[in-house]
Design a protein around this ligand. Structure first.
Ligand code: MG
Length: 278
């Protein structure tokens, strides 16, 4: 009988310490909740290139929250993944897809279409796909068509919950927010306060670090309005350390593994303080 009581007491102690551990872990994750987004994929790896499918796969392997990529529309309305508005001397918005479709990225991969990119991303479970639509210069109708086509493709591929939208075009952001009210949509261009974006239906900001350093209270303001805050492109470790103090939702970086390491180190410091080890 005595043995049973001892076993029961041990089980209770084990249960209590487990609950305490879970509570501390929850606190740690609340205090250091920032997640990492790989900028144009994780391309600083051997054999990869910005916005390539291999960079998307590398981002998945690194275990980050999301992988960002840039989307452009050709003159004949094919969505492709590329950062610059020109590719090998062709202005993408003024060029037919067939002219550039066989061109290669610096690592030898084919220039991906959005459909090819999303098809590859769909297989990478747990990785959020952060779609940046590039503004279409002097052609708002083509830009609006690009917004609709992106959403249509995401819906057809049943990726609604896996895709976040960002853009330097305020109109494109408004378009995404109107068509996908449940999705995360963030404006890249700076200047607007979180509340101003929210009034336009946009539920997040994704600003350059200088904009956030000058307006640090915007991260808290976004949190208070249940909006996301994302800061780009944060590659310097001191800058990462500085920005983590505000606990933004995301940091976008070309160095996803290093930034993840810094976040984990900060979590460990907080964990030690909470458990009294430090
Ligand atoms: Mg981008």
């Amino acid at each position: 009988m005595k043995k049973i009581w001892i076993l029961a007491a041990c089980a209770l102690l084990f249960f209590i310490s487990g609950c305490k551990g879970n509570k501390i872990e929850k606190q740690v994750n609340q205090m250091v909740g920032t997640q990492v987004i790989a900028h144009r994929g994780y391309w600083k790896c051997e054999g990869s290139a910005q916005n390539s499918i291999s960079s998307l796969r590398n981002a998945h392997k690194s275990g980050v929250y999301g992988s960002e990529f840039d989307v452009q529309i050709t003159a004949d309305s094919v969505l492709i993944v590329n950062h610059d508005n020109d590719f090998k001397g062709h202005i993408i918005n003024l060029t037919r897809y067939e002219v550039i479709k066989d061109s290669l990225l610096p690592n030898g991969e084919k220039l991906p279409t959005l459909e090819e990119y999303l098809t590859a991303g769909k297989k990478l479970k747990g990785l959020q796909l952060v779609l940046e639509l590039k503004p279409v210069k002097d052609n708002p109708a083509l830009e609006q068509y690009a917004v609709e086509k992106c959403v249509e493709m995401v819906k057809e591929m049943k990726l609604e919950k896996r895709v976040d939208y960002i853009s330097f075009s305020l109109e494109a952001c408004k378009g995404f927010a109107a068509l996908m009210p449940e999705a995360s949509v963030a404006y890249l261009g700076g200047y607007y306060m979180p509340i101003e974006l929210l009034e336009m239906g946009i539920n997040g900001f994704d600003y350059h670090y200088n904009e956030v350093l000058m307006n640090r209270f915007w991260v808290d303001e976004a949190r208070n309005y249940n909006m996301t805050s994302n800061i780009w492109t944060v590659n310097d470790s001191l800058l990462v350390e500085t920005l983590l103090v505000g606990n933004p939702t995301y940091l976008t970086t070309d160095n996803p593994e290093e930034v993840t390491g810094q976040i984990e180190a900060l979590k460990e410091r907080v964990r030690k303080r909470l458990t009294g080890e430090e």
